[in-house]
Design a binder for this molecule. Structure first.
Ligand SMILES: [Zn+2]
Length: 236
């Protein structure tokens, strides 16, 4: 890993990152306080037209993490992984690798339940287990949370507000869980939906095999269509 003059970390595999790479245009550092972003459910992030934030749900998984990290490194593109707590606990080294490569990491529940199917006590227990797993792996409090299935509940919202977690909803999803997905279909969905939205927080699933395999093509499509990657960080 080399520290570039710009302060951006790149792996040696991405030494060729130049004007042809997607790159990371800027970093947006959010305060560690309650806020909720993503126009699907909340306010949009303060982004300019054509700016996108790459977010990945449901990992880290050993089947797909290396592919996703390599594709991002090859393009010097930084993303935010919304990790499932049980995966963090099971694969802490993968999670630390994501952080070491300059990505940021939030939480996406502990067991990926439908929150509305759980009692308030069980909702809070899942959140606490996820937060505990994050603390064990990274030694810090989690900065952000994305509801599983984007299924918000008043109980969890109150707890998340008290914990000063940023709620991360989305602007653009590519529905990358469909069994007949192909790289071509995912790229088409990404490009078509971004054309409508103009940019914003993109939801992908790093735990999904087809998404992981399609990452080079998805990132190339962003570059070819002129989108700029904004990396999200949180104040310590
Ligand atoms: Zn999910």
């Amino acid at each position: 890993m080399a520290l570039l003059a710009s302060g951006a970390f790149c792996t040696s595999a991405s030494a060729a990152c130049g004007p042809d790479a997607l790159g990371t245009a800027r970093t947006l550092t959010l305060k560690r306080e309650f806020a909720a972003y993503g126009a699907t459910q909340h306010a949009p992030l303060p982004l300019s037209p054509g700016e996108v934030v790459l977010t990945f749900d449901d990992g880290p998984r050993p089947e797909t993490a290396a592919q996703v990290l390599k594709a991002l490194a090859d393009q010097c593109a930084k993303g935010t992984f919304m990790a499932v707590g049980s995966n963090l606990a099971q694969f802490p080294d993968l999670a630390r690798q994501e952080l070491a490569q300059g990505h940021s990491i939030g939480l996406h529940s502990h067991t990926h339940p439908h929150p509305k199917d759980l009692s308030p006590a069980d909702q809070l227990a899942d959140l606490k287990r996820a937060e505990d797993a994050y603390r064990v792996v990274f030694g810090t409090a989690a900065p952000a949370y994305r509801f599983p299935f984007l299924e918000e509940t008043p109980t969890l919202m109150s707890a998340i507000q008290a914990e000063k977690l940023t709620v991360m909803s989305i602007d653009v999803g590519i529905d990358d869980w469909q069994p007949d997905d192909t790289t071509e279909k995912l790229v088409t969905r990404l490009v078509d939906r971004l054309k409508v939205a103009g940019g914003g927080i993109i939801l992908m699933h790093d735990a999904n095999a087809m998404t992981a395999a399609s990452m080079p093509a998805l990132l190339k499509a962003l570059k070819d269509n002129g989108y700029k990657v904004v990396h999200l960080e949180w104040e310590k």
